[in-house]
Design a protein around this ligand. Structure first.
Ligand code: PHE
Length: 468
């Protein structure tokens, strides 16, 4: 077997892992999910989940990945075949998230050209333009395909050359642009109400659904619960400080999400828009914001370039999970794995994209886009994270984990015991309760049956785990 490729440098790994974490989840999904779920209270719960669950799960993924030197499925399987299903669940999540992510990535790419082409000249039409664009049955498909091809090229070039380079160059650019936009938004009159919406919790609006949405958002945004950070960790060399890396990535990801919120909500309130505007939020707010400023189209263009870049560094990591599985477990060559995986994803994306115009198959009234999102964001990632914690806490040896996290006792991790108790007891119990309550309240909103289907899929996988 070939020697496993490793990250070329520490900064390369942090940038790639942060690149995976920071993406559409932070800039597109976080603001509209916060808006839909009432603002402040959601944000607070999300932050608590990030600190107490997200960081610990990320550290666990890094440790399991680096210990095994294998991608998600192999990492579980090499220890115990009965656990293989957890890894396979991650691969399935990879397929499903890549069944809608490139659709939105395609929108971001399209908006680079739309803003350049004069989208901002008619501010009153910006909302309708977005609605008309995403519900069109064919045009978004072309953008999706272009976006997906960019992923194929990056992942086909291999881990250190492709992903690392993309992360290194593009992440700092994104940071700068976001700060610029946030500052612009905050200077608008009436923007203070947006900050209040974002940071002042109103617990009367919290339901089981809100809490599950916050948990799902934490997992999605940090790229957890599907073996992505296991796979990235497997390329990490033995000298790196895992806890420190996990802390940096968690902090960067959360910082960008909050920054995106600060960029979005003050401007929305200043313009008198609805916080619960849904998935169109960034695509409508940002152009509207910049339409009223001289030279604003330049900022808007830059924003969509940054959004596309952020999306790319995330989706390559999703594709990488599936590709690494096909290489490690099914003995595909990298090229063949990339082509096979992305072809399936393209088909899923077509279904997701046309579902926004009301076309294609439906499940309990939900189109493909919503089904893929619901299954992964609300069920697979959180349960996947829970399974990983149970696996690490109850199946792996505590000494081995200590050894891995402290690099064989050469570095310190003072919070090891706290982390271990969280992983072994508190996280599994918390996720189980939140998922139960969330599914229960999903029956009020209609998404309950889909979440139950998700749970049944997991149970089926578990039953045939030894054959996977
Ligand atoms: N974290 C990415 C984002 O916020 C999405 C993602 C989820 C990537 C799961 C990898 C794994 O956009």
């Amino acid at each position: 077997m070939e020697k496993r490729e490793h990250w070329g440098s520490k900064i390369g790994f942090v940038m790639a892992a942060a690149g995976s974490a920071v993406g559409l989840g932070n800039i597109w999904k976080f603001p509209y999910t916060a808006g839909n779920n009432g603002g402040g209270a959601f944000v607070l719960i999300y932050l608590l989940f990030v600190i107490f669950i997200g960081f610990s799960v990320m550290l666990t993924e890094f440790a399991v990945g680096r210990r095994s030197q294998l991608s998600a499925v192999g990492a579980y399987k090499s220890v115990d075949r009965r656990w293989a299903f957890s890894g396979v669940l991650g691969v399935l999540s990879g397929f499903l998230i890549m069944g809608f992510y490139p659709v939105v990535g395609g929108w971001a790419l399209a908006y680079v050209f739309k803003t350049l082409g004069g989208l901002l000249n008619d501010p009153a039409a910006i909302g309708d333009t977005f609605g008309g664009f995403i519900t069109n049955p064919t045009i978004p498909l072309a953008w999706m395909v272009v976006y997906l091809l960019l992923n194929v090229v990056i992942v086909a070039r291999g881990i250190s050359k492709g992903i690392e380079m993309a992360g290194k160059i593009l992440m700092p650019i994104l940071f700068g642009i976001l700060i610029l936009i946030a500052v612009k938004g905050l200077t608008l009159p009436g923007s203070a109400a947006g900050l209040e919406f974002l940071f002042k919790p109103d617990f009367t609006v919290v339901t089981g659904g809100t809490v599950l949405a916050a948990l799902g958002q934490a997992f999605f945004s940090l790229s957890l619960g599907m073996g992505c950070m296991i796979t990235y960790g497997s390329y990490l060399n033995k000298k790196e400080n895992l806890a420190q890396n996990a802390a940096i990535v968690t902090a960067m990801d959360t910082g960008v999400a909050i920054l995106a919120g600060i960029a979005m909500f003050p401007a929305m309130f200043a313009f008198g828009m609805e916080p619960a505007a849904g998935p169109g939020l960034v695509f409508v707010v940002v152009p509207s914001l910049f339409a009223e400023m001289t030279g604003g189209f330049l900022f808007a263009t830059l924003f969509f370039v940054a959004l596309t870049v952020a999306a790319l560094t995330s989706s390559v990591s999703l594709l990488e999970v599936v590709v690494a599985y096909l290489i490690d477990e099914k003995e595909f060559t990298r090229k063949k794995a990339v082509v096979a995986a992305s072809s399936v994803m393209a088909v899923l994306c077509v279904l997701a994209s046309i579902s926004l115009g009301g076309l294609g198959p439906k499940l309990f009234g939900f189109g493909a886009f919503d089904v893929f999102d619901l299954l992964t964001d609300k069920i697979f990632l959180a349960i996947g994270g829970m399974l990983l914690c149970i696996f690490a806490g109850w199946r792996l040896k505590k000494e081995d984990l200590l050894d891995e996290i402290t690099n064989g006792g050469t570095i310190k991790f003072a919070a090891f015991n706290v982390w271990y108790i969280l992983v072994k007891f508190i996280i599994p119990i918390t996720v189980a309760i939140v998922a139960f309550k969330g599914v229960q309240s999903g029956f009020d909103g209609g998404s309950g049956p889909i979440m139950v289907i998700g749970l049944v899929i997991i149970a089926l996988f578990a039953a045939i785990s030894k054959k996977l």
